[in-house]
Write a protein that binds this ligand. Structure first.
Ligand SMILES: [Ca+2]
Ligand SMILES: [Ca+2]
Ligand SMILES: [Ca+2]
Ligand SMILES: [Ca+2]
Length: 361
């Protein structure tokens, strides 16, 4: 099979690395790596990378080249595991929210890259960070927060006027591990649900918009490592599926209107490290792909809706650490790229849809 992503098994050689000193960042700065977030923080279609550091947020606005600016914010943050990026006020720009006790410290993004700092209050009832998610549970486009504590989900719905409406909703106390628990729209109705996998069961909490209903779906007990397990809509039908890479198979749990269908999609047994394995649409066809980097090789498993197409997109430059390496459509052309920062140096692997072109500046 030959398609826009190249032949099955093809090795697409690295482009010449272009050194664009004229694009060098005017400055840079970084806070702790576990607070780095991606999103669309200013106007426009390009993904950005932001790094909070106390009373400032360093913006690296996408993308070819990136621009750095440093914005002043209120120095009020919860811990990294309770810090999220999402559009909490539905203005089309990604915001930051960081929870501590009764307070959710908001940095609401403005068109010029700056932030309005606000504090939105909630009841002080939080589950572990691994069971606390920011997603649009209500389906109105605003990002909400949900935090599970056993048989209770504390749901904080973002209001049109700002702030949250909080409810404590009783659910079935059935959970797999945090690394196999995701908030995403598994049912395709526009409202994020919560799915948690354990062996041959997926415990689903389906959102009605204001509460969750609990059910258990039976699936094949076939899983790769949690770093290779992802929730995304690999089939393109609007319902989020679960894919778990394991050697020459990706174990698929494909969401249906009643549960999940288990399948194995064959792939080349080529994988990089778990910290360098990502899901994004690198080919630009609307379907999420799996990319896994090891040295100069980025092993691409491109979804074709009912199978993966395996080939290798090479790059020719070193990797920064995984927290400073991010995927997203930074160049704004519909194809996900990889950026790796090393201090003020930016290495952008820009997807062409069937390979990477690399710029260093
Ligand atoms: Ca916003
Ligand atoms: Ca849903
Ligand atoms: Ca799907
Ligand atoms: Ca794709």
């Amino acid at each position: 099979m030959v398609d826009s992503a190249g032949e099955e098994g093809a090795v697409i050689p690295a482009s010449e690395v272009t050194h664009k000193t004229s694009q060098a960042l005017a400055g840079c700065g970084w806070g702790a790596g576990d607070y780095i977030r991606t999103g669309r923080f200013n106007s426009g279609s390009r993904m950005d990378v932001v790094s909070p550091n106390g009373g400032v947020v360093h913006n690296y606005l996408g993308g070819d080249p990136f621009d750095h600016n440093q914005e002043t914010v209120t120095n009020a943050w919860g811990s990294a595991g309770y810090t999220w990026a999402g559009d909490f006020n539905l203005d089309g720009r990604t915001d930051l929210a960081s929870a501590s006790g009764n307070n959710v410290f908001m940095k609401l993004a403005k068109t010029n890259g700056a932030y309005d700092s606000e504090t939105w209050t909630v009841p002080n009832a939080w589950g572990d960070a691994g069971y606390t998610w920011a997603a649009d549970f209500s389906g109105d486009g605003r990002t909400d927060i949900a935090s599970a504590q056993g048989g209770i989900i504390n749901l904080h719905r973002a209001k049109s006027t700002g702030g949250f409406t909080s409810v404590a909703d009783a659910v079935s106390n059935t959970w797999g591990s945090a690394s196999l628990t995701w908030a995403a729209d598994f049912t395709g109705d526009g409202k994020a649900d919560i799915a948690s996998a354990s062996g041959g069961s997926i415990f689903l909490k389906t959102s009605s918009g204001s509460a969750f209903s609990s059910s258990t779906k039976t699936v094949a007990n076939t899983w790769g490592g949690s770093n290779y397990t992802f929730a995304a809509d690999f089939t393109g039908d609007g319902k989020v599926d679960i894919a778990s890479g394991n050697g020459s198979s990706v174990h698929m749990k494909i969401a249906t209107s009643t549960g999940f269908t288990s399948q194995n999609w064959g792939v080349h047994n080529t994988w990089g490290g778990g910290d360098y394995t990502w899901v994004a649409d690198f080919t630009g066809d609307g379907l999420p792909d799996i990319a896994s980097a090891s040295g100069n090789n980025v092993y691409m498993k491109a979804s074709e809706g009912d199978s993966f197409h395996s080939n290798t997109w090479q790059v020719n430059s070193p990797w920064g650490d995984s927290q400073h390496t991010r995927v997203g459509d930074f160049s704004g052309d519909g194809m996900a790229d990889i950026v790796t920062f090393s201090g003020c140096q930016v290495t952008l692997h820009r997807s062409t849809g069937n390979g990477f072109e690399t710029e260093v500046y």
